[in-house]
Design a protein around this ligand. Structure first.
Ligand SMILES: NC(=O)C1=CN([C@@H]2O[C@H](COP(=O)(O)OP(=O)(O)OC[C@H]3O[C@@H](n4cnc5c(N)ncnc54)[C@H](O)[C@@H]3O)[C@@H](O)[C@H]2O)C=CC1
Ligand SMILES: CC(=O)N[C@@H]1[C@@H](OP(=O)(O)OP(=O)(O)OC[C@H]2O[C@@H](n3ccc(=O)[nH]c3=O)[C@H](O)[C@@H]2O)O[C@H](C(=O)O)[C@@H](O)[C@@H]1O
Length: 453
């Protein structure tokens, strides 16, 4: 069997061995990002074992089915690669680790209730992978981790459990630079892959492998900590920029000014990229990554913490805006029927972690007369306050207010004229409320229409 790491075999021969299926791969974690990654690996090298602790996920993949929804091309790729024998799935981590020579970890890396980074799932996984490592194997970490993790936290686990020492096996950080809903495209061709190893041979091994997967090529960086910092920098850049937009969105009220128009105009200069203000920042990535610095290093990050605080205040900003509109028309929100549109953390994605809709609904359940909620992409709304209503039924009801928290494309076909005049708080400037009857307040734009109320 060929090895990729620290081998005297010429580079092109190692790449051929990988694409020819002579270097077995294990992908640990078959979730929203792990399954697309395993399927792309299988498409390229035809020799992948996907490993997951969830037997339902494993059974589905083994049957050629795709347990991850909303990823264009994924069901077909999983079906094809499983049928060809290029992809198989198991819950048996020990056996998969013993067989593989390339080990790819893409399990959750979270923060705890105090926002301290929690790498325990990844560490426990590597404790099981370690005993299966042989000299010449290489481990690629795709889960986002705080800078320094490969060197200080993960390498020691692999050394302790494998009996091997640094230099006998490789370890590189190879971040997922992908978004839900675009996973296959992002993995294969949207942007180059960044890779950084704990030693030059690990970086080289990662470069050789990912050059076969990614049509945009590979950016090898100096070491694993550099690659880890690239990924965190991308995440905090987004969080801080969204916070800037959210802070400036407040200009809409005192001036008044349509800050969304301001942003569009400002963004015509190529080096300006004003983000969109909105009802909040959710998901299991952007709200957490700042804490991979703030609560990891003995360094102050006042800007990052401020950005977090600003973004965390947006659910309250949204509910406060609703209160202001009710006060302006002299109505009592405590007697109002309020509908919330969208609980997913962002449009067109079936994921609710850290969704801004949760605190918005919680507060409205105390402050509104009656509360209703709908989301066409989330099956189970039981974790959210409010009475669930199907999107197809909302036009048969009357409401006093509608709060759009998440902009799913299904909301574009709402017949707004079908409702009697009501208050609308639009939490996503990308959504258009297509009616002049209603009193519409859009975050960033301010009061856009007084309507007939
Ligand atoms: N979802 C996203 O948009 C992005 C995610 N990432 C990174 O990728 C990581 C994984 O993300 P997702 O795939 O979205 O998570 P996910 O929650 O959808 O899936 C994680 C999978 O890992 C499995 N798992 C948990 N412990 C395991 C273990 N010990 N062995 C094997 N499988 C195990 C779970 O059963 C689940 O199927 C994230 O934590 C993040 O660091 C990076 C960029 C984008
Ligand atoms: C720039 C970008 O697309 N970043 C991705 C991000 O994915 P994620 O699914 O979290 O989407 P996101 O568009 O950053 O949105 C996060 C949250 O921020 C909100 N949001 C987003 C952009 C914006 O201008 N204003 C805003 O309020 C969204 O509604 C959502 O609640 O985080 C991923 C990750 O790092 O895990 C990363 O791989 C992805 O590239």
């Amino acid at each position: 069997m060929s090895t990729i790491y620290n081998s005297e075999t010429p580079e092109h021969a190692r790449a051929d061995a990988f694409t020819g299926g002579d270097v077995p791969v294990a992908v640990y974690g078959l979730g929203k990002m792990g399954l697309p990654l395993a399927a792309v690996y299988a498409d390229v090298c035809s020799n992948v074992t996907g490993v997951d602790v969830d037997p339902d996920v494993v059974d589905a993949v083994q049957a050629g089915e795709c347990p991850v929804s909303g990823e264009p091309g994924l069901p077909a790729l999983v079906g094809e690669t499983v049928e060809e024998g290029a992809l198989r799935a198991t819950t048996d981590i020990d056996a998969a680790a013993a067989d593989a020579k390339i080990h790819v970890a893409i399990v959750p890396t979270l923060v705890d209730e105090r926002n301290n980074p929690d790498l325990s799932i990844l560490q426990r996984l590597l404790e099981k992978v370690g005993p299966g490592l042989d000299a010449g194997d290489v481990v690629f970490i795709e889960s986002t981790v705080p800078p320094g993790s490969c060197r200080d936290e993960l390498l020691p686990v692999l050394e302790a459990t494998s009996g091997l020492t640094r230099g006998e096996f490789g370890l590189a950080f190879c971040p997922e630079r992908t978004s839900s809903g675009r996973a296959i495209e992002d993995i294969m061709q949207s942007y180059p892959k960044v890779v950084g190893g704990i030693d030059p041979a690990s970086t080289e091994a990662a470069r050789i492998v990912y050059e076969q997967l990614n049509q945009q090529g590979v950016i090898p960086v100096d070491n694993a900590t550099t690659a880890e910092t690239v990924k965190i920098t991308e995440g905090v850049y987004r969080d801080v920029n969204i916070a800037l937009a959210n802070e400036l969105a407040a200009l809409a009220d005192p001036l008044p000014v349509d800050f969304n128009e301001v942003a569009d105009a400002a963004n015509t200069i190529p080096f300006i990229n004003v983000h969109q203000p909105g009802a909040g920042v959710g998901g299991h990535c952007i709200p957490y990554y700042p804490y991979f610095l703030i609560n990891w290093l003995d360094t102050e990050f006042p800007l990052l913490q401020t950005a977090r605080d600003v973004n965390d205040s947006m659910p309250d900003f949204t509910v406060d805006a609703l209160h202001s509109q009710f006060e302006a028309i002299g109505r009592d929100i405590g007697a109002a029927r309020v509908l919330v549109l969208g609980v997913a953390y962002r449009g067109n994605v079936a994921e609710t972690r850290a969704a801004p809709a949760k605190p918005i609904l919680k507060r409205l359940s105390r402050e509104a007369g009656e509360l209703f909620v709908t989301d066409p992409v989330i099956d189970d709304l039981s974790a959210f306050a409010g009475t669930e209503i199907e999107l197809s039924e909302i036009e048969t009801e009357q409401f006093d207010a509608i709060v759009l928290v998440t902009h799913h494309e299904e909301f574009n076909s709402i017949n707004w004229d079908g409702f009697d005049p009501l208050v609308v708080v639009n939490g996503r400037p990308s959504a258009t409320i297509d009616s002049t009857k209603h009193r519409v307040y859009t975050i960033g734009s301010g009061l856009q229409a007084r309507g007939e109320l």
